[in-house]
Design a protein around this ligand. Structure first.
Ligand code: ZN
Length: 462
């Protein structure tokens, strides 16, 4: 017979040994994409403001990738890479209208179709726009909810995501959550600004939704109003943009904490693999512009964090930070592999090195076709091709992370080698694309087109 004091002692010893190990088996996947989020503004990545305390806390339970990259600075191609494991030139999906009009070919499997076929329940709640269902993003999801852009839309997105938890039952599930909260116009709610935004800001930037979109105004009006107040040469305005951006990040982090608590209360957290990621970064004047229209690092680098359940296999990996060069294409094969599912042979992404190992010959290809830009990152080197100007730039990221000194003139052999590698990778993507059905046209209704206008992607120059 175990006495009460002996049981307590046993419990104390157990607690001292750390959390219980979770049995191996199917894991729930919660994939959170925060559109337009550059990692250096997250305290998870060393930012000195408390923008992501929840992620900092979660880091002990997972792996943080310090050098993760997108393969495009555009929303649609980047998210489709995340969900297919294929580079943008292979899946062929581009931002709607300004960059073209393509949806996903019908024969390309997605993370949702692959997990769904294997028995996972699937659901998505997104901010629509360039992740609209009509572009193929809904494929494989049993439900695909889209929330209008607008005041604190992110709260509605996280609320709806939490509401999906009741419907999953005992099945393992895949929940995709996407928000434009950190996309422009940066307009976080008032309570989120406390501690981040100077209430006495004296510039001309309008960042209150009631002023950005008064009754009768369109979404595009809000976007135009926001940027018309920005003086690109003003340090005051640049700092204000960053303050608003930081506050928006903290808003997302607070909602993430709430969602984690809801996952705990639902009794599914210990078996949940949470992925936190973005589709691209954002420029705040580093190369003379704003938004995300280049292939410089501020537009390509993304946060990538995997919270791992404490299964026998994964528990030893928790609490690591990896500086391996990885890309968004690597997420899908990793998630399949962690579930013990077959990884399709056609994928261009590779399994993430969760054990902290390095990769030999790691490369990142990125593409912004509307702007005529291509890039290849390889070792310390970054090659940037401006197709229109027929110009190649070469940067040594190890010594010049801000990409300010073009070394193409002094390193012609490196340029030639990287050009050959880039051409080979482009050829590989073209062959893959030819092996799939042609991209059908996207089927966006007027509501969807209105969302895109809100984001500045239709009939605008941003
Ligand atoms: Zn985006």
């Amino acid at each position: 017979m175990i006495t009460r004091s002996a049981a307590c002692l046993s419990m104390l010893l157990f607690a001292a040994c750390g959390p219980a190990t979770v049995p191996d088996g199917p894991l729930n996947v919660v994939l959170i994409s925060v559109d337009t989020l550059r990692p250096d503004r997250l305290s998870l990545y060393g930012h000195d403001r408390p923008t992501s305390p929840s992620l900092v806390q979660l880091a002990a339970e997972g792996v943080v990738f310090e050098r993760a990259s997108s393969h495009s600075p555009r929303t649609a191609p980047s998210h489709m890479t995340l969900l297919t494991g294929l580079l943008p030139a292979a899946h062929g999906v581009v931002n709607y209208d300004l960059d073209g009009n393509t949806a996903l070919p019908p024969d390309i499997p997605t993370l949702a179709t692959l997990l769904g076929d294997a028995g996972w329940s699937t659901a998505a709640v997104t901010g629509a726009g360039n992740v609209d269902a009509g572009m193929g993003f809904a494929r494989g999801f049993q439900s695909y909810e889209q929330v209008d852009n607008g005041p604190d839309a992110v709260a509605a997105i996280f609320e709806r995501a939490a509401a999906r938890l009741d419907g999953f039952g005992t099945q393992p599930f895949f929940l995709f959550v996407h928000t434009y909260e950190t996309h422009d116009p940066y307009a976080p709610p008032a309570d989120a600004r406390v501690g981040f935004v100077d209430p006495d800001y004296a510039g001309a930037i309008v960042s209150d939704w009631t002023q950005l979109q008064p009754p009768g105004a369109s979404w595009l009006d809000a976007h135009t109003t926001f940027w018309s107040g920005v003086d690109p040469a003003s340090r005051l305005d640049r700092n204000h943009l960053l303050d608003l951006y930081d506050a928006s990040i903290r808003r997302v982090d607070d909602l993430l904490a709430t969602l984690v608590e809801q996952l705990r209360r639902a009794g599914v957290w210990e078996r949940t693999l949470l992925v936190f990621v973005s589709d691209h970064g954002e420029e705040f004047g580093e190369h003379g512009g704003f938004l995300h229209e280049t292939v410089f690092e501020e537009c390509l680098r993304v946060p990538l964090f995997l919270r791992l359940p404490a299964t026998e296999r994964l528990a030893p990996l928790r609490g690591r930070r990896s500086d391996a060069l990885v890309g968004l294409a690597d997420v899908l094969p990793t998630l399949l592999d962690l579930q013990g599912l077959d990884v399709p042979a056609h994928l261009q992404g590779r399994r993430l090195p969760l054990d902290g190992s390095q990769r030999e010959e790691a490369e990142i290809v990125a593409h912004a076709p509307r702007f005529g830009l291509l890039s290849l990152r390889s070792g310390p080197w970054k090659l940037v091709i401006d197709v229109g100007l027929q110009r190649a730039l070469l940067f040594d990221l190890a010594n010049d992370p801000g990409e300010t000194r073009d070394l193409s003139g002094s390193q012609p052999l490196v340029v030639a080698r990287l050009l050959r590698t880039l051409a080979a990778r482009q050829d590989q993507s073209a062959r893959l694309a030819a092996s799939f059905a042609p991209n059908p046209p996207a089927t966006l209704d007027e509501t969807a087109r209105e969302h895109l206008r809100a984001l500045g992607y239709l009939h605008g120059d941003r």
